[in-house]
Design a protein around this ligand. Structure first.
Ligand SMILES: [Zn+2]
Length: 421
């Protein structure tokens, strides 16, 4: 499977103003909604600022930990390599041995799915502006896969700025920072996709909402987990976000069902935010149930070393079992309750699975319906989803979202039609 796509195509507009250790976010551009920049978003920007071509050499020179590593070859060219640690992040700076210009800077950091990762910024297209040389092309990669590319059109030096340029209104400046300042490329990808990162560095509640006897939607943050109680074990649908979410959810589940291990975990699809916490369930010994096409993906997630920030699976080193299936549904049963898992490839994700409870007529889904207080917003994906479940011939009463809550099937069908008008 390829690199997770965001599955969205929309224009996003925002302005970030950073004044020292305070940030302001203007969503929708100037005149847009104002709020204090999330501490993790601020920390991430400040870390990126250190990698700016104008600063990186100075930042490196300030470091006590600065060392020179062996030269390395990039694209057939010899590079000098400098390394230093800053705020717990390991930086590696590559200088072209001929031009002596910085070629790239790597930050080594943990990724929920990929484990120990190289988050690289490449500088290219150096041009002179008023006697100073700047890279006009900036390219970010995560483990060699492209994340973002920036082509600069023009650079002006020493532009006079008014006193208000970087002003942050007093009420926003005085707000307390209420999340951990975690610098992370994960957050940058969430911002670029215009999807929630608000709970990063926070401890959102773990709320059990009962959908039917023995069926619980665990709410409290942007992504739910659904727990299904079987005779002598539990089945978890989705291990979303990251370890920091899986840990409190699993802890709460264990408290509620002390004698029932989580035997299976069923991820709805491979996207970063939906599968990012699955290793926590793997560490519990849960078997991953996935369609054939996603087997390799979950196998590599299970194997990825997490030495930079060891998670529960890195620490307990458990062997992970992945049960893949194809050519129809996969049934889990304890002789009384039945869980049917169906592959439902859509334009959002080719490895999408839906989880159907035939007795309760509940269908668990991600990213297509996402009900909010029982309401469903019309969208082409809702229509595609309804066509998919009709093709499978499922008798559904309630759709339970990994996002949001639940909706009656009538509301889902109405939203599917709403898009046709
Ligand atoms: Zn998705």
């Amino acid at each position: 499977m390829g690199w997770p796509s965001l599955g969205r195509n929309e224009a996003i507009r925002w302005i970030e103003v950073i004044d020292g250790s305070v940030g302001l976010l203007l969503e929708g551009g100037s005149g847009g909604k104002q709020s204090r920049l999330h501490p993790a978003r601020l920390a991430t920007r400040l870390r990126e600022e250190k990698r700016s071509a104008a600063r990186i050499i100075l930042v490196a020179l300030e470091q006590k930990s600065l060392t020179r590593l062996a030269d390395a070859e990039i694209d057939g060219k010899r590079h000098h390599v400098l390394a230093f640690k800053d705020n717990g992040d390991e930086f590696r700076l590559y200088l072209d041995s001929k031009t002596k210009l910085p070629a790239e800077v790597e930050i080594m950091e943990d990724d929920p799915l990929e484990g120990d990762s190289k988050f690289t910024l490449h500088y290219a297209d150096w041009r002179k502006v008023d006697g100073l040389i700047f890279p006009f092309n900036l390219r970010c990669e995560l483990n060699g896969k492209p994340l973002q590319e920036e082509q600069i059109k023009s650079v002006r030096n020493n532009v006079p700025l008014g006193p208000d340029t970087f002003s942050v209104p007093e009420p926003i400046r005085n707000e307390k920072a209420d999340a951990k300042p975690i610098a992370s490329q994960w957050l940058l990808r969430r911002v670029a996709g215009n999807v929630s990162y608000q709970d990063l560095g926070r401890n959102p509640p773990v709320e059990f909402v009962q959908l039917a006897e023995g069926v619980y939607q665990i709410q409290g943050t942007s992504h739910n987990t659904v727990i299904i109680e079987m005779r002598d074990h539990l089945v978890a649908v989705e291990g979303p976000l990251y370890e920091e979410r899986s840990y409190p959810v699993i802890k709460a589940v264990k408290e509620r069902f002390p004698n029932k291990p989580i035997r299976y975990v069923i991820p709805t699809h491979h996207h970063l935010d939906h599968a990012g916490g699955i290793r926590g369930y793997m560490a519990e010994g849960a078997i991953v149930v996935a369609p054939f096409i996603a087997t390799q993906f979950y196998a590599s997630v299970a194997k990825a070393p997490h030495t930079l920030r060891p998670d529960s699976l890195q620490r307990n080193g458990r062997a992970v079992v992945i049960e893949s299936y194809g050519g129809g549904r996969r049934i889990l049963t304890d002789g009384s309750r039945e869980i049917d898992i169906y592959p439902l490839p859509t334009s959002h994700a080719e490895d999408l699975q839906v989880i159907y409870l035939p007795r309760e007529k509940i269908l668990i889904e991600a990213d297509h319906v996402s009900p909010r207080k029982g309401q469903v917003r019309p969208a082409p994906l809702v229509k595609e989803f309804v066509q998919g479940i009709d093709k499978l011939g499922l008798d559904v009463t309630t759709v339970a979202g990994i996002h949001g809550d639940t909706a009656d099937i009538q509301a889902v069908r109405a939203a599917a039609k709403g898009e046709e008008r």
